[in-house]
Design a binder for this molecule. Structure first.
Ligand code: EPZ
Length: 421
């Protein structure tokens, strides 16, 4: 079995081109299916979730061609029917296929989605939006049975600004007859990018990035060529490495607006963040300071996807920090692995209290994608070698985390076979 082997590292230095955003490309791949013509996507990350989505799309008849990090999609011929179970349950984003397949086929049979186990992860808001636009959906034995003979514009109001449900509603609204208004919409950059993609397809979208988005659906959808922006969570991972090890790194492709909610806590810990038109320089020379209190929130708040990374960093801060998780009900699983490394972390309901800790390398297991990355970050501070199993979680969202860290000067970051342990 492959393990991520990581050694302690001193001050970092180097430049990394930050890979394309996983949570931007996945909903855009799904939405490309409502365009019966050609879609060309640039800067697509070569990660497992994208490979899974591509194989799902090919299964249903799409022609998808990779050329380095460019994907060309021809969705003219789609074989309707059931989605293969293993692909649907392998990631959360398979649920994003519901709307486009209802647009193209009128009926969908698919398994409930999988993805990181961060709590219940219901899909009621997705179904609410599609039912408001005319779909009839039932769920039996973890199977979704959905029907829709065309979508009609509607008023949709979410009780929570769900990223995925907002993206689902946008994709259906783009092909719906008439106007759709989405209230309490998610404002994340990944939602804004989907709106930009739909605009390139010829759809009228207003209000992206705010809590109220209006869409005028259209049957005239044209071919699109689109560039995927840098992954803000991968950027936050590099920032976490610099915060723990000190030194400086240049993160090419990162843009300030997408880093809203992320940069501030790193500056509070004593990092310096300087943006220029091509990227972000992140440095830390002084001591690492604690954060007395921070909580995860929907954008533009501190993102839940950076919470595990921050726990790892705060084990090295001089003092006590408190992190509250508001978005997912079970997103502290990485903390229990950090405790195995000697982290002084106390979990009380959805709050974590972290004190400065002397970490020791040992064998730990990645509980999920971002939790796995957090253990790698902790390994950069630990005495001795840390081995992290569950690399399949990490490869869902990182093209080459070990290679990226080596580009920043981390010598001891490799993948190894655990039989050697
Ligand atoms: C997206 O998940 C991201 N995944 C997640 O990133 C990210 O953590 C999350 O948004 C929040 O920013 C992708 O984009 C593929 P939500 P999503 O719907 O859409 C509840 C990563 O590591 N909810 O905004 O599933 C839900 O239970 C992943 O890259 C409902 O109650 O997130 C959660 O408590 C992890 N009903 C909250 O909303 C629904 O129908 C936020 O979920 C949908 C969601």
């Amino acid at each position: 079995m492959t393990a991520f082997q990581i050694e302690r590292a001193g001050p970092l230095s180097g430049t990394v081109p930050v890979q394309g955003s996983k949570n931007t490309i996945l909903p855009i791949l799904a939405a490309s299916l409502i365009n019966p013509g050609k879609t060309v996507l640039h800067n697509v990350p070569r990660i497992r979730d994208v490979e899974n989505m591509v194989s799902l799309m090919r299964e249903i008849g799409c022609r998808v061609i990779w050329e380095k990090r460019t994907l060309t999609i021809d969705a003219e011929k789609i074989r309707c029917g059931c989605l293969p179970k293993e692909a649907a349950v392998s990631m959360r984003s398979s649920i994003n296929l519901l709307a486009p397949l209802l647009v193209r086929c009128g009926c969908v049979e698919m398994n409930l989605p999988g993805g990181c186990s961060l709590g219940k992860r219901p899909i009621d808001l997705h179904l609410h939006a599609l039912e408001r636009m005319g779909a009839a959906i039932t769920i039996e034995d973890d199977q979704i049975h959905a029907r829709a003979s065309g979508f009609r514009g509607a008023e949709i109001c979410f009780r929570f600004p769900s990223v995925g449900a907002t993206q689902q509603a946008l994709t259906a609204a783009a092909a719906a007859e008439g106007e759709t208004r989405i209230m309490n919409a998610a404002r994340e950059p990944e939602v804004v990018q989907l709106c930009c993609f739909l605009k390139e397809m010829g759809i009228t979208v207003r209000g992206e990035g705010t809590s109220m988005i209006q869409v005028t659906g259209s049957a005239n959808r044209k071919p699109v060529e689109f560039h995927i922006c840098a992954d803000r969570i991968v950027a936050a991972t590099c920032m976490s490495a610099v915060a723990v090890c000190g030194g400086s790194a240049y993160l090419a492709g990162v843009r300030a607006p997408e880093m809203e909610g992320i940069t501030a806590p790193f500056m509070e810990m004593g990092c310096e963040a300087v943006f220029d038109p091509s990227g972000l320089r992140i440095s830390r020379t002084g001591t690492l300071k604690p954060i007395s209190y921070i909580e995860t929130k929907p954008y533009p708040g501190f993102p839940t996807d950076v919470q595990s990374l921050l726990l790892a960093v705060l084990t090295q801060a001089d003092g006590q920090s408190v992190v509250k998780e508001n978005v997912f009900e079970a997103r502290f699983r990485a903390a229990y692995q950090l405790q195995k490394m000697g982290a002084d972390i106390i979990i009380d309901n959805n709050c974590a209290m972290i004190r400065k800790s002397r970490l020791k390398g040992t064998l730990v297991e990645a509980p999920d994608l971002r939790g796995g990355a957090a253990l790698v970050i902790a390994g950069l501070a630990a005495e001795g070698t840390t081995y992290i199993t569950g690399c399949e979680h990490i490869s869902r969202g990182y093209e080459d985390l070990a290679g990226m860290l080596r580009q920043l000067g981390v010598v001891g970051a490799v993948l190894t076979e655990t039989e050697l342990l």
